[in-house]
Design a binder for this molecule. Structure first.
Ligand code: NG1
Ligand code: ZN
Length: 537
């Protein structure tokens, strides 16, 4: 039995503002000054979750990713480093909305009994935060909840989101056959650096890469990682820009992955030569996009779809070359926002199956586990590659029958360590892209030339009630309001290579309309038509 007085007294110090909160695809995220009670209550949920799982360690990440500096957020990480189990999201929402300290405690007790949680079981939580100034106060609120419920806590201070996911997985697999790595930040760098060197061997880089860190936590962490990568003559030259974490107002402002993806241009602060590789991370370093300008000065984006296609083609080749292609199923997981040309390239050119899921990385992650090698990326640059236990076994036990097979196998093996298996990780993805380009001997122009994106347009439509828009078929169609889908179908039918869909955003109070078509003008036109159908619904 939790100590009722302790929990209620602690909760009283974290009064709930008059607001309705909801645990969405990115956890809770809003203006930081509204988050105090939410974080306290997430602490209570973390206690329950860890106890329910017999004391396995749960992660709490305090970050608002690519949002402006005044925002913050909180999300929970499950034992294998995945996002919180979906069925628990509703408990998070209910706890956050409990109307009084007593009601909160009653709900806490009710969850304990409904979920058959042994309140005497041990509970362990680790926490980390990004570089926002509101972080330390929010961690303090969390600590109070954990203290009141007798949870063992380790505060890892400032980390990237994927580093926290890494640590959670390392802790919970320690001493098992699935041991993931050393439980420390240093262990993370060492694992990545050693896998990177193994993957590269004698391959050479063509020039370096400029990395925009969004003035977020990715900056200092990338600088740290570089120390482990070494910079011998043949090393990768990484030029770090926008790594100012001392000025809190600079975070995600006019820079970062979201800026580049949304504005389809380089941040003004990123100065690079024509054809030089550039990459931008987001504020908590779980997203990355690449880009470059060609000799005529034109900007080209290489987004999450491009990283997915690059990784899928490389991995499919390696599986073939190492003599494992019959044994390993490879698949790509995308959302409806993936450019139609990328989907066509994967299915028709790479001959690799594509699965489309709902928006939100947890859906993609889940679908990717159904393949031996599951490549998943959102167009916005969040993604990774998952290797099944079966795949890891084949890759480590396969006897190569030629030096070429042995070589491919070694590269494949190193990638299972280089690629973050818990979650999309911008630092790990950065090294992955660099390894692949070096192996293929590709410039960013070669990478871009693999297929031509269909012109597309994403529009945000404000409506009275976005909840009336209910989607199905991986959010590519609307079942309600009734009749809207046939109007959209009719509009789409009038355009060459037209595709469009509308869905309620999970993170903003709006409906998003996506459209692509054979030409820029047609894509704009189609998006405009579908947006007005949505407005009139
Ligand atoms: P919503 O707001 O549900 O469209 C957005 C992104 C997702 C994902 C989440 C954050 C688009 C179109 N949508 O979701 O890809 O990154 O935020 O988890 O980019
Ligand atoms: Zn992020």
């Amino acid at each position: 039995m939790a100590n009722k007085e302790k929990v209620i007294a602690a909760s009283a110090k974290h009064p709930r503002p008059d607001r309705i909160f909801s645990y969405g695809t990115a956890g809770f995220r809003m203006k930081a000054n509204l988050l105090d009670s939410v974080v306290f209550r997430v602490g209570l949920l973390a206690a329950l979750r860890s106890r329910k799982l017999n004391g396995q360690t749960i992660g709490v990440m305090i970050t608002a990713s690519h949002n402006p500096p005044e925002d913050n957020g909180v999300k929970l990480v499950d034992p294998m480093g995945e996002m919180l189990d979906q069925s628990w999201e509703t408990y998070a929402t209910s706890l956050a909305n409990a109307t009084s300290d007593e009601a909160l405690f009653t709900l806490y007790e009710k969850l304990t009994s409904d979920l058959k949680i042994n309140s005497e079981a041990p509970a362990r939580v680790i926490v980390a935060r990004d570089t926002r100034t509101s972080g330390p106060t929010l961690v303090a609120s969390l600590v109070e909840a954990l203290t009141a419920t007798g949870v063992e806590l380790t505060d890892y201070k400032i980390l990237t989101t994927p580093q926290l996911h890494y640590l959670v997985r390392c802790i919970n697999t320690k001493g098992t056959q699935y041991e993931y790595g050393e439980v420390s930040e240093k262990g993370y760098y060492e694992k990545l650096a050693s896998a990177f060197k193994k993957a590269m061997r004698s391959k050479k880089f063509d020039g370096g890469v400029v990395v925009d860190c969004a003035n977020g936590v990715g900056g200092p962490k990338l600088n740290e990682l570089i120390k482990y990568l070494g910079r011998g003559e043949d090393g990768l030259a990484i030029k770090v820009v926008n790594d100012d974490v001392l000025n809190p107002d600079a975070l995600n402002v006019q820079c970062g992955a979201d800026f580049v993806k949304t504005n389809q241009r380089a941040p003004p602060s990123v100065k690079a030569a024509p054809l030089e590789r550039c990459a931008s991370l987001d504020g908590d370093a779980d997203r990355i996009v690449y880009y470059f300008t060609d000799k005529s000065g034109q900007f080209h984006l290489l987004d999450g779809d491009r990283i997915a296609t690059l990784a899928a083609s490389f991995l499919a080749d390696l599986a073939r070359q190492s003599g494992l292609s019959g044994k390993l199923s490879i698949g790509v997981v995308q959302t409806a926002y993936a450019n139609g040309s990328s989907t066509q390239y994967v299915t028709e050119h790479l001959k690799v199956p594509v699965v489309c899921t709902n928006t939100g990385v947890k859906h993609l992650h889940h679908a990717a586990t159904r393949f031996d090698i599951g490549v998943y990326f959102e167009a916005n640059g969040h993604g990774t590659v998952l290797f099944s236990p079966q795949a890891i076994k084949h890759i480590s036990q396969h006897e190569p029958s030629s030096p070429a097979q042995a070589d491919a196998l070694e590269t494949l093996h190193s990638l299972t360590d280089l690629i973050n298996q818990a979650v999309g990780d911008a630092l790990s993805d950065l090294l992955l892209v660099e390894v692949i380009l070096a192996h293929k001997g590709w410039s960013p122009e070669n990478w871009l030339a693999t297929y031509k994106d269909l012109p597309n347009r994403l529009v945000r439509v404000e409506v009275k009630d976005r909840h009336i828009f209910k989607a199905y078929d991986a959010e590519r169609k609307l079942e309600s309001p009734v009749g809207v889908q046939s109007l959209i179908d009719e509009a789409v039918g009038k355009f060459s290579k037209g595709r469009s869909f509308a869905r309620a955003s999970g993170t903003e109070d709006a409906v998003r309309v996506y459209a692509e078509a054979g030409s820029r003008g047609e894509a704009e036109d189609l998006a405009g038509k579908v947006a007005s159908i949505v407005r009139g619904a």
